[in-house]
Write a protein that binds this ligand. Structure first.
Ligand SMILES: Nc1nc2c(ncn2[C@@H]2O[C@H](COP(=O)(O)OP(=O)(O)OP(=O)(O)O)[C@@H](O)[C@H]2O)c(=O)[nH]1
Ligand SMILES: [Mg+2]
Length: 354
């Protein structure tokens, strides 16, 4: 059984919408939200586009998300009414519309809880991290977005951190990710020994933490596979601390001659559960979840932004009149303090009542 009917792809901002469109074209349900008409043109005539009125892009100001959502109540309502039990929320971290809206939308999507107090919906976040060659402002945004993602960690399911350092062509990255996730969701391999079934996949998506996927043809050996998933593929390099949740592998053939569970434990650490399936034809499918967020990788954005800030500050020292252009100026006014003391959803609700 595949999970195709149980999932919805929610694209936020330009990057997120383009990524969601790839899934829509593969036959998945999708929803798109952006304020920028220019960005929206790229989508063509896909259905379920929410045009965020009065916000033609946030121009780098992620904090505008709160006002934007308050003025676009029909979009918030549409989020509440999503019927699918698994939502993949896609957005960039270097931009402002997608990454600004993401934490609020996660609050709305995870509001309904089961009897144990866990969110009823599984919300898997797909934040795209900028490449190191992008401007300093993008790195700064990415670092700030990461603080929000960390804040929401407890309500989020598996989080796939896309690394734009991998390839310069965005379409290729979007297509590779869509193929990987589609293979995971659609896999229905079977064999005498074992299967990797639907409920196991759902459990893997429900668990918080970072997750990575791999799909490899028979011509690749285990070292290549492991390196692709942990260091130089489309996912942000994993933390080197051997902390992981579950490991799932669907072998290409009827044995583990492609890669063994021990090979994976040596790289990822001891998992809580191991799901193993067989006979996946010409490819080996791997998923590892429950990894720590790639903080070492993301910290580099913060360090580079700080370095650039210090440098600019030094350069400005002789021009005191320019001090009103200081770094703090583009920090969020009032609402930031509010955000820190109460949950994203509370802040949004309060703002919407005004
Ligand atoms: N992987 C991938 N990354 C993308 C793509 N498009 C943009 N990006 C990344 O997203 C960043 C820009 O963010 P956008 O998604 O355009 O920003 P936004 O959410 O529309 O917010 P605004 O600032 O209001 O435009 C770039 O710096 C890239 O890092 C894409 O199609 N694929
Ligand atoms: Mg945009």
């Amino acid at each position: 059984m595949s999970l195709k009917n149980d999932v919805l792809f929610l694209g936020l901002g330009n990057c997120g919408c383009k990524q969601a469109k790839v899934f829509y074209e593969m036959g998945y349900k999708a929803m798109f939200a952006n304020g920028s008409e220019q960005d929206l043109k790229i989508l063509g005539d896909v259905p379920n586009i929410y045009r965020l009125k009065n916000f033609d892009g946030f121009g780098g100001h992620r904090e505008r998300a709160l006002d934007c959502l308050a003025e676009n109540a029909e979009f918030v309502e549409a989020l509440q009414n999503i019927k699918e039990k698994i939502v993949f929320e896609l957005h960039s971290t270097a931009g402002s519309t997608g990454s600004g809206i993401a934490p609020y939308s996660e609050g709305v999507l995870t509001e309904e809880k089961d009897e144990k107090g866990n969110p009823k919906r599984i919300v898997c976040s797909v934040p795209t991290l900028p490449s190191f060659s992008e401007p300093i402002g993008k790195k700064k945004s990415a670092y700030k977005a990461m603080l929000d993602i960390q804040e929401m960690q407890d309500v989020l399911g598996a989080t796939f951190f896309i690394n734009n350092n991998a390839i310069t062509d965005y379409d290729s990255i979007n297509n590779i990710f869509a193929n990987l996730l589609n293979s995971f969701l659609m896999n229905d391999s079977y064999g005498k020994k074992n299967n990797f079934d639907e409920s196991e996949k759902i459990e893997m998506l429900r668990q918080p933490g970072a997750a990575v996927l791999g799909l490899f043809g028979k011509d690749h050996d285990k070292d290549f596979m492991l390196e692709r998933m942990t260091k130089n593929g489309i996912f942000a390099p994993i933390e080197n601390n051997k902390i992981c949740g579950d490991i799932a592998v669907v072998h290409s053939g009827s044995d583990d001659s492609d890669i063994t569970v021990d090979n994976m434990i040596a790289e990822f650490g001891k998992p809580f559960n191991i799901f193993e399936g067989y006979n996946n034809g010409n490819s080996t499918l791997i998923c590892v979840n429950g990894l720590e967020y790639p903080v070492s990788h993301i910290k580099q954005f913060g360090d580079l932004a700080q370095k650039a800030f210090d440098e600019r500050k030094r350069n400005r020292k002789n021009a005191e009149k320019l001090s009103d252009m200081d770094f703090m100026e583009d920090e969020v006014p009032k609402t930031t303090t509010e955000k820190k003391t109460s949950s994203k959803l509370d802040v949004l609700r309060k703002r919407m009542k005004k």
